[in-house]
Ligand binder design. Structure first.
Ligand code: FMN
Length: 169
C-alpha cells in the first residue's frame, strides 16, 4: 500500500511533521512518502492519504486546498486522515481556549465535502521571523510565547493509530 503524507508549509514545521509521520508509518512495514502536495501529479497512484497543512488565518494554505479541490474524486474513494499545524500550544488563557475551537473553523474552509477518518490539530513552531513587527507585538500582548511546540510523542502515536487502522483494512 502506497501512502501519501502530503503537506503544505510556509516555514517548514509542517514538512517535518509529515516526514516524521511517513517515517513512523514506514517503520510498521507500510510504504509511505512525505511530499509537498504541490508536487504530486498523480494522486491516483496512492492507496491512502495523510494530508496536512500549516494554518494561516484559521484555514489551510492554498496549495493544500488546491490539492483537495483537484482530487476530491480520488480522496473520496480512499482512506484519508488530515492534520493541521497551528499554534494552540503557544497561546495562554482565553486565546488558548479559542484555539481549541479552531478545528471546525479549519474544516469549514476545506473545499468540497472531504470525508476523512480523523483530523488532528498539532502545535507547530512560532518564531518572531514569521510575523511582521505588528504581528509580533500583538502575539506577545495576547500572552503568546514563541517556540517549538511540536509534541513528537502525540505525532508518533497518531501515526501508530493510522497504521493499525490500515492493517485492519
Ligand atoms: C501569518 C501567519 C498566520 C497564522 N495564523 C494561524 C492561525 O490562524 N491559527 C493557528 O493556530 N496558527 C496560526 N499560525 C501559526 C502557524 O500555523 C504555525 O506557526 C505553524 O507551525 C506553521 O507551520 P509551518 O512552519 O509549516 O509553516 C500563523 C502563522 C503565521 C506566520
Amino acid at each position: 500500500m502506497d501512502i501519501l503524507v502530503g503537506y503544505a508549509t510556509a516555514h517548514g514545521s509542517t514538512r517535518e511533521i509529515a516526514e516524521r509521520l511517513a517515517t513512523k508509518l514506514s517503520e510498521t512495514g507500510l510504504k509511505a512518502e512525505a511530499r509537498s502536495m504541490e508536487t504530486v501529479d498523480d494522486a491516483d497512484a496512492y492507496s491512502a492519504f495523510v494530508l496536512g497543512s500549516a494554518v494561516h488565518g484559521q484555514a489551510w494554505l492554498d496549495p493544500a486546498k488546491d490539492f483537495v479541490r483537484g482530487n476530491l474524486d480520488v480522496l473520496g474513494s480512499r482512506p484519508v486522515w488530515i492534520f493541521s499545524v497551528g499554534m494552540p500550544g503557544a497561546l495562554r488563557g482565553p486565546w488558548r481556549r479559542m484555539a481549541d475551537k479552531e478545528i471546525p473553523v479549519i474544516v469549514e474552509s476545506l473545499p468540497g465535502d472531504l470525508s476523512y477518518r480523523d483530523h488532528r490539530l498539532f502545535s507547530g513552531v512560532v518564531a518572531p521571523i514569521q510575523l511582521p513587527v505588528t504581528g509580533r507585538i500583538l502575539f506577545r500582548l495576547l500572552g503568546g510565547r514563541f517556540g517549538d511546540y511540536r509534541d513528537w510523542d502525540a505525532i508518533d502515536a497518531w501515526a501508530s493509530g493510522i497504521a493499525d487502522q490500515l492493517a485492519r483494512g
